[in-house]
Design a protein around this ligand. Sequence first.
Ligand code: BG6
Length: 495
Amino acid sequence: EVKANEPVTFVIFGATGDLTRRKLLPALYTLFRERALPEQFTIIGFARREYDNEEFCELMGAALREHSRLPADDASLKEFCSHLLYHRGDLSDPAAFQSLNDRFTNDSTLPANRLLYLSISSDMVDQTVHFAHNAGLITPANQTPWTRVIIEKPFGRDLETAKALNQNLLAYLAESQIYRIDHYLGKETVQNILSFRFANTIFEPVFNRTYVDHIQITAAETVGMESGRGAFYDRTGALRDMVANHLFQLLCLVTMEPPDGLNAAAIRAEKMKILHALQPAASMQNRPGGVFGQYAKGDDINAFREEDRVSPDSQTETFVALRMEINNWRWAGVPIYLRTGKRMSKKTTEIAVQFRIPAMQLFQHVACEGDVCDLTGVKPNTLIFRIQPDEGIFLQVSAKRPSMQLVVESVDMDFSYSGKWDKELPEAYERLLLDALRGDPTLFTRSDEVESEWQVIDAIWKATEGQKPVDYAPGSWGPTDADQLIAPFSWRNEQ
Ligand code: BG6
């Protein structure tokens, strides 16, 4: 099993926030329980509230009891807590950074390698790194003790702000010290996309415009505004929150050329080529290339505009559907549909690659319930990467239905993680934090990758200028306009 060996102090800025309680601490705790953390490690929570170590430990213990993947028992919590410290400080106060640095200078038991995790609002990132640098908290690149900085998304809000942020950070850090996190890359099922495509012979030759009809990528969520997220989300919206990072990464992995190795540089280089070639599809037959939606009021469910700290006349999209295209030899002319939304019918993230129908129709296709069958028209082959839940890969093919007639029916060839392995899948943050501790940047996003992502988002805003979000019912699949966007195909709902 892989483990991190070098002693480290893990400093979390924004330690009392939701992400720390729900994801970061549970991931660190699981790594600790699995003996993947170094022997010597300390976690320092940096935040404004008045806690001492003991109170912080209690707060985190409660969070672990609620959110940890492994059941958190008293004995291991106590041991884990002996590695936790709290540092009270205000992000806008340089003295708080100075006193944190004094701790490193004065306490010889504190591991001197440091991983700084910025779980803070993106407009504070620049200043926080600046203050940390001035206080002496950031050691020079390529030296020990080392410093690495993990930055949460969104990284800027458009190309201009992302460029400025990248440039400003380079005044204090080398690119090799910056780990921009996109937690989708830490998901086991996402990493499997490349393995599945390039460790097999039979799929790769048909992944191109000759055989693929279109691709659909859906990330649907049933949740609305989780507590405390209203203000952030109202500023951000679905396009920036999900498409600019998670959905683009899925798109890159399913369409990129084979890398010439599995190292960070080779994989990122191929992803970059896709991002350069990616653009909103030209409007076809006066249909827009994008649909924006906002969830309306439902039974016992607030409309987005009624959510805590959301403006009552907000025009922020909580749903977006897009038609994109990749202008390269392999994919030219193949529509790529993306959609994501809050308060949708079902929590599901999947990529469906739909192949063309065979050139000649020899067979009648039927769908049957028991012995009752109806003609359906041809069902194309579809390859589905189910990212979550019910993780797996499914291939829909046509097979002769056993009977005295010669008709075919659509059947599934399934690989499901739970059917093959009884081990629970690791959480994305476990993998990513371990990689950052070991200094492996492969699953993190490089500065030019982030800038290219924003460049495409800017082009989408331009192509959809003036469009306002339309209402959709909570619990639905989004606005019906999204069905027109994908016509003559249809979204894979309810499957
Ligand atoms: C986060 C977004 O990056 O991803 C959230 O900010 C979203 O709005 C979350 O809910 C979805 O992640 P997952 O892993 O549940 O698909």
